[in-house]
Ligand binder design. Structure first.
Ligand SMILES: [Zn+2]
Ligand SMILES: [Zn+2]
Length: 352
């Protein structure tokens, strides 16, 4: 198998050839055809998350030690089954749910692998990921049939769409006049517009510092767009029922929280970095909620796939590039040059 590995944090990924593993027990070996490039891949590549106040969280502390294969938006074809694997056949195309927990703790047993408390096995985060021609999946139950959805778009459902979907479930009850602001109109923000529309939200405000991304948001159904560099950005947003922050910087957090109406909720899933300093009494007096959201559960990904199959998710732009361009894709994402999502094509370079 061929993988594009982080051999040293912050240095270009290297193409590495190694022996393809044989699936054991209930494992399934998938041949990857498409693999989405996500903003959090940049943090894994660089090796840390910025915590603010000069502090950092290093990804090696959670098992991501180079050489490491990133990639957590995996789509592929079943290539081989372990002796106890059931539910799929060789040759079937499947989306892979990457947020795999230990499978044994109470949280995993309740179906929330993504919040596993004892030994997560997230593909591309602390287990070898999908910047590779092959990935081992612990069990066929993590494979989802996406027939009818374009393969590259299907790959992006595994992180960007399910993250937006799970965050949206944490918003307060939305009335017909309520507005929801999306902070950041990159890959996640754009798909979130469709996700919110599918959940009946009509007044969606797209917020970004890049007018090209705002134009893409308007095209996908945002009713209003705000360039947050505008001096009156806060006044333009004031009174929102909720905000989903896909950036997660001190500036976006300050804006999202300040613009909430009483009883509103700010949901953060962006990992840009920094720290939040906020006076305490107004959190109680305004009865606002500040909630975190991390990716989504297997059940939520199945619900997202069902929406995509019904044509309810308007596809944010997806650019397919050869896997050989993994490094330039990361560089372009870092430079803010990508509208929508880049998906790497591993089919055309497969060693088989
Ligand atoms: Zn991601
Ligand atoms: Zn667990």
């Amino acid at each position: 198998m061929l993988s594009w590995d982080i051999v040293e944090h912050g240095k270009p990924l290297q193409k590495v050839m190694r022996e393809t593993p044989a699936p054991k027990g209930s494992e399934v070996l998938m041949r990857i055809t498409r693999s989405g490039v996500c903003h959090s891949d940049l943090h894994i590549w660089e090796g840390y998350f910025e915590l603010g106040g000069g502090k950092r969280f290093y990804v090696k502390e959670r098992g991501c030690v180079p050489p490491f294969t990133p990639g957590h938006e995996p789509f592929g074809v079943v290539e081989a089954l372990g002796p106890r694997a059931k539910g799929v056949r060789v040759g079937q195309k499947r989306l892979i749910y990457p947020w795999i927990g230990c499978g044994k703790c109470a949280v995993c047993k309740a179906g929330q692998d993504n919040y596993c408390i004892s030994g997560s096995r997230y593909l591309g985060v602390n287990r070898p990921g999908a910047y590779s021609t092959h990935v081992l999946v612990p069990d066929a139950k993590y494979l989802i049939d996406t027939t009818g959805v374009e393969d590259g778009f299907a790959a992006t459902l595994a992180c960007s769409a399910v993250t937006a979907y799970s965050a949206a479930t944490k918003l307060p009850q939305i009335g017909p006049r309520d507005s929801i602001a999306l902070l950041g109109c990159g890959g996640l923000g754009l798909i979130a517009i469709s996700v919110l529309r599918a959940r009946g939200v009509r007044n969606i405000i797209g917020c970004d510092i890049d007018d090209a991304k705002l134009a893409a948001a308007a095209k996908l159904g945002a009713k209003k767009t705000i360039n947050t560099r505008a001096p009156d950005a806060l006044q333009q947003m004031q009174g929102i029922a909720g905000a989903i922050d896909f950036v997660g910087s001190p500036a976006t957090a300050a804006l999202g929280i300040a613009a909430l109406r009483k009883g509103g909720r700010y949901v953060i899933c962006g990992l840009y970095g920094g720290e939040l300093v906020h006076p305490l009494p107004p959190i109680a007096q305004r009865a606002i909620g500040i909630v975190g959201s991390y990716v989504g559960s297997l059940q939520e990904l199945k619900e997202v796939v069902a929406l995509a199959k019904k044509g309810r998710l308007r596809q944010a732009p997806v650019q397919t590039r050869s896997a050989n361009e993994a490094n330039s894709a990361l560089e372009d994402l870092k430079a803010g040059k990508i509208i929508g999502r880049v998906v790497l094509d591993f089919e055309s370079i497969s060693p088989a």
